[in-house]
Design a protein around this ligand. Structure first.
Ligand code: PLP
Length: 364
């Protein structure tokens, strides 16, 4: 008997595995450090805004997320008409793939790029082309060399997840200048709020001055609203217009919209979180380094810890820490089988991870 058959490419997609949810030995407190969630939660003002709309759940949301686009516009100095909001940036990335890719096209991402990119690419029957990184960092020349007549789109998380590394803005501009003008460059700035480097920019200026670049962003990371699913994109007018035609008419819920407005306006909460993250990122890199492990500190809210290929492996460390209630992210499906990604947690969690790794390395 025949049965429905998925479109070409769908069954080639490896399902996305989210950060493990915690199971530890009885009596151990559990710290989930596997999904880059903030240890602070959202701004209390965002929680209040969320609660305030609970009395009107029977009403459809305002379909263009106007209040949120205006708040984002004020915060970044952008024209709200050139912003689209989505149910997480995941939705926006998928909308971009649906709008600009089809069967036979190619989209480029990097060796350890975010896994949503190949999924979004392959979901529309296009081919995911991998450009090699150098030292766990995007290599602009490798991307340019991977371009073929079939290339339609380039995905670049800056800073990247799971490596935490970033590309200076000069290099991003060189990438844009080297790509054919019909190729869409997607700059995913999910972690930009954590970066304090003079040579880094989200890429707003490129979006404003070209017709082929977009920046996406999220409320899931520094704003602590991952559960509500809110993301956004800033783009040229013609791209906003095209994507708006396939966007679900009520894709952002009212509670999500209002919580996000309050979150983006609470700059003190963001500054506190950024400062804390930087302090503990430095501390973790140094302390874990002292244990004889290599660390890629990156510029985001996580660190990448590298283990030897034999002896004390990443798998063993993962199992050891999990038993202690310390849940990190294994990265086999990111082509990093010898590394674990640790989201920077509370002071208690951070200290426990270093203690756990010290005991693990000592064979205790
Ligand atoms: C976490 C993350 C996002 C955010 O995804 P949402 O769907 O907005 O929660 C986007 N890009 C990268 C690289 C991420 O790590």
């Amino acid at each position: 008997m025949s049965r429905p058959v998925p479109n070409p490419g769908i069954l080639d997609i490896a399902p996305y595995t989210p950060g493990k949810s915690p199971v530890a030995e009885p009596g151990r407190k559990v710290f989930k450090l596997s999904a880059n969630e903030t240890p602070f939660g959202p701004s209390p003002k965002a929680i209040e805004a969320f609660k305030n709309v609970a009395a009107h759940l029977e009403d459809y949301p305002e379909g263009t997320s106007r209040v949120l686009r205006e708040a984002i516009g004020r915060s970044f100095g952008l024209d709200p008409n050139r912003i689209i909001c989505g149910a997480g940036s995941d939705e926006i990335l998928n909308l971009l793939a649906h709008t600009y890719l089809s069967q036979g096209d190619e989209a480029i991402s990097t060796t350890h790029g975010f896994l949503v990119y190949p999924i979004a690419t392959m979901a529309v029957g296009a081919k995911n082309v991998v450009a090699q990184e150098t030292n766990l960092t995007c290599n602009v020349d490798a991307i340019l060399n991977a371009v073929t007549p079939k290339t339609k789109l380039v995905w670049l998380a800056n800073p990247n997840n799971p490596t935490g590394t970033y590309v200076p803005f000069d290099e991003v501009k060189r990438l844009r200048a080297g790509l054919p003008s019909h190729v869409l460059l997607v700059l995913d700035a999910a972690y930009s709020d954590y970066v304090s480097r003079n040579d880094y920019e989200m890429g707003i200026e490129l979006v404003a001055t070209t017709e082929n670049t977009v920046v996406t962003h999220t409320f899931s990371k520094i704003h602590g609203l991952a559960a509500l699913r809110v993301g956004w994109m800033f783009g040229p007018e013609h791209i906003i217009d095209a994507v708006n035609r396939i966007r679900g008419p009520f894709n952002v819920s009212t509670p999500a919209m209002y919580a996000a407005v309050a979150a983006i306006e609470d700059t003190a909460h963001q500054a506190m979180s950024k400062q804390f993250t930087e302090t503990w990122r430095n501390w973790l890199s140094e302390e874990i380094g002292k244990l004889g492990l290599k660390v890629t500190p990156g510029v985001a809210n996580f660190v990448l810890i590298h283990f030897p290929e034999n002896g004390k492996t990443a798998d063993e460390a993962d199992a050891y820490l999990t038993k202690r209630g310390l849940v990190l992210r294994a990265l086999k499906n990111y082509r990093l089988p010898h590394s674990l990604r640790m989201t920077i947690g509370t002071e208690e969690a951070n200290r426990l991870v270093v203690e756990g790794l010290r005991d693990f390395m000592a064979g205790k």
